[in-house]
Design a protein around this ligand. Structure first.
Ligand SMILES: C[S@@+](CC[C@H](N)C(=O)[O-])C[C@H]1O[C@@H](n2cnc3c(N)ncnc32)[C@H](O)[C@@H]1O
Length: 270
């Protein structure tokens, strides 16, 4: 029996591959990992299209209870874990595969599109991206400058930077549960505006001239969905732009080839 990790792609319930759908239809149990990314449709729509019940798997289940739940189950049942995008678009799942194999479970992967390659639609050469970085929500005592450093290092080598933006899916804490509050707090998704504000705040501190209001950036939202949005402009311009519903990402271009410059023109406004 097997643990299947199945990529769902980026759009809606119909982006699953034929191979992925066959596994889902035959699996004994189907989980949906829903804390590293989201689709443009909800669980009910997936269940209707797949004709299967889908169980939501939160971070705690995948990261802390994988051994007792997913891995143990996969020893005598076919378990499908659905992942938005590609299963390896998030590091969490490499860890899960390693632990499942170590516990003697069979693992199979069904790939799909990820934000890491779909971002090619913007027109910046995928081969010319440097390290991808994540911009987290700041909290008291937690204001990391790693995204700024990644952009700085990539820029120095003429490379583009893909910035993935934080998703905070809050499960009720132990204290909440003790107080009888069991409903999860609503999830928070970082916007392009919040990401730019955070980068500008770091620039204010560091003053290394990595970026400023006149820097050209590209904001993207809901790539692969029917209402995807791509806008290229200066940071000052994009700070005033509403990209609407999640998920958002930000790209800071490096040195531009003339074809890349031409590609960005199609996303400029005005
Ligand atoms: C940890 S990554 C998830 C990777 C996912 N497994 C994949 O392969 O695409 C989540 C972040 O990627 C970005 N992202 C994912 N899907 C996106 C989309 N369709 N449009 C824009 N950004 C997206 C967002 O910044 C989001 O917070």
């Amino acid at each position: 029996m097997t643990l299947f990790l199945i990529g769902l792609g980026l759009g809606d319930e119909k982006d699953i591959t034929v191979k992925g759908l066959e596994v889902v239809k035959q699996a004994d149990v189907v989980y949906l990992e829903h804390y590293t990314s989201i689709l443009g449709v909800d669980k009910a729509k997936l269940e209707k299209f797949y004709g299967r019940e889908v169980i939501l798997a939160d971070r705690e289940l995948v990261e802390q209870h994988a051994e007792e739940q997913l891995v143990k189950l996969a020893k005598h049942k076919n378990v499908a874990l659905l992942v938005v995008g590609d299963p390896f678009g998030a590091t969490t799942h490499t860890d899960l595969v390693l632990r499942a194999k170590a516990a003697g479970a069979k693992v199979e992967i069904v790939h799909n599109a990820s934000i890491l390659n779909a971002v090619g639609v913007v027109g910046l050469e995928l081969y010319k991206y440097g390290a991808t970085t994540s911009i987290p929500f700041w909290e008291p005592g937690f204001e990391p400058e790693t995204p700024y450093d990644a952009i700085k290092e990539n820029k120095a080598r003429g490379l583009h930077t893909l910035c993935l933006l934080d998703i905070k899916v809050k499960e009720p804490s132990k204290e909440d549960l003790q107080r009888g509050v069991s409903t999860p707090r609503p999830p928070r998704f970082m916007t392009v505006t919040q990401a730019l504000e955070s980068l500008l705040a770091i620039e204010q501190r560091r003053r290394e001239g990595v970026l400023g209001p006149e820097t050209l950036v590209v904001g993207v939202a809901r790539i692969g969905q029917h209402d995807q949005r791509i806008i290229a402009g200066t940071i000052a311009e994009l700070l005033k732009t509403d990209f609407s519903k999640p998920l958002h990402s930000l790209i800071v271009p490096g040195t531009l080839h003339h074809v890349e410059e031409e590609a960005l023109e199609q996303w400029r406004r005005g």
